[in-house]
Design a protein around this ligand. Sequence first.
Ligand code: GCV
Length: 674
Amino acid sequence: MFDNDFHPAWLPDTALRTVGSRRLALAADAAGAPPADAAVLATLETELGRATTAHGGAVVGPDDSPDLLLRLTASSAPGFRLVRHDGRVTVTAASPTALLHGYFHVVRLSVAALDAPSTDESHAPASALRMLDHWDNVDVHPVMGQVERGYAGGSVFYDAGRVRTDLSRVTAYARLLAAVGIDRVSINNVNVHAREARLLTDDLPEVARIAAALRPYGVRTHLSVSFAAPTTLGGLPTSDPLDPAVRDWWRAAADKVWTAIPDFGGFVVKADSEGQPGPFAHGRDHADGANMLAAAVAPHEGLIHWRAFVYNHTQDWRDRSTDRARAAHDHFAPLDGRFADNVIVQVKHGPMDFQVREPVSPVLSAMPGTRVALELQVTQEYTGQQRHAVYLGPAWSEVLRWQPWDSSTVRDGGTPVTVADVASGRGPGRRAGGFAAVANVGDDRFWTGHPLAQANLYAYGRLTWDPTLEPTAVLDEWVSLTFPDAPAELRAAIHAILDASWQTYELYTAPLGVGFMVRPGHHYGPDVDGYEYTPWGTYHFADRDGIGVDRTRATGTGYTGQYAAPWRDVYESPTTCPDELLLFFHHVPYGHVLHSGKSVVQHVYDTHFEGVERVARMVERWDEVAHLVPDDVAHRVRDRLAEQLRSAVEWRDQITTYFWRKSGVPDSNGRRIY
Ligand code: GCV
């Protein structure tokens, strides 16, 4: 159901109160600007009018003593500059989109931006590329529904097999994204089914309509394409990337796309992965495939986001030598240096698949001669599906701050290189690949199903703009904007519920980095052996004596060898491996003693009981403050928390029972296990 009476998320009119009560001015000449720039300048005018009309301020001329002046300047600097002097704030930027980001920065800081002491600050994003990938299908897919791994209703773009007639909500979405600095959106599923493939050709005018709805807020459109399109859409006998006719087909297809959408961003490709076509079928490698597409889009300065999520999904579970965790590195690291400059290899943050706890993917540090993007998952596929309150900011922050090398690998300024630096082009190697993430919105009234899941989308934007931000401070920003008059007790309760919610989820689900243990297919709720005898390569190898995957060089799959020092050695030994990743790297007896001093099995019992207790406290905290938010928010959150508690109990009972039955080791605290 399409609810056009949607929640304002972090931009309710009350969030504009401070800015809107002032004298605001825009100094920019739209005459002669390219259409995309002119569209954003028109938006800025609209935004200033909207804020001042609602809150009693005025839009004035640049020379009429405005309190806030937004000025477009000629400069090559990215981002925007904010100067506060003599009680006036001037924001300057070289592009209308950066100026818009600067305006929303002032909205976010409110009084702190307008009424503080004099300052002169420059604000630029860590990377120029901050993208959201929608896994939206045009048609409702018989198994995956309209949005693959979508937990917020239908698509904001499509309905009943076509692009929506009314795209006003897409523009409202772009506004929310602009307020957190996201400026690229890929609008269809990376699993490109027949209906969606046609977006590239027959339905291009419809894609142009979506691009027109996103453009006013400076958001550029990208498309996922099928590598087999020359055959399936073009009728060619092959899609071999080295075939001249295939190259011509893609060149012509790209020309048409950019004719229809001059500011189009580029293509996203999932190739040779989970049944999607790719270069392997033609005896070519992924550099051959990506570079062929790169050549087609290069005349338009387009980008190819080529996903590194390539592994064997038809593995024999009996075969313990094949390790899915190794696959991306095995396929891509040897290709380093061969990708064209406009190819970005997009790498999931962990080697498996967005589990609640994984080590950081070794691919991110293995390709210094390649533009590499970090891929996160905002949609909560494996983290409670937006029925559980799980704030992912802290999880992403850990990944962004992780240092793939020892402290001798430094960036300018001498600080050790982090994953965020690698994605931002500040690591060893060449240019930035930036950030991408799977989106979590749908046509739900609250955008995200669970109203508190809005905070994840907000945090993705803010943390990829500035990866050094503290996730709890980002959450605080979200609360201030979303609930502008939040009393201290509401703010405290939301922090109490969300700050450590990622760790809470980890406590009651798969332990110590072992991953999965979810119900196959939909991936919700516990099913400890659900994936154990399947072809998907996601095993925990529990037997009567122990559990975990031996990924060591000494006796296991050798995966630890894909890391640079010091991690290759830290992970190699159970003595130095961090507890939270122990079962990812090692098969250990149930009695193995963790750094915490507890045995593995007792840790499993204790964490699962504690996890449920924590969720019970989350429910209580919400009940105490629910009267402080609008009724619809109060009820939706209450319903979701009730489901989270039910589900956490189920997880606890299945996991503790499983470990008790396998190991025969009783809980030293004598709690009820079945
Ligand atoms: C779009 C996981 C998900 C799939 C998804 C895939 C991917 O396997 O379960 O639904 O497919 O990741 O990232 O391509």
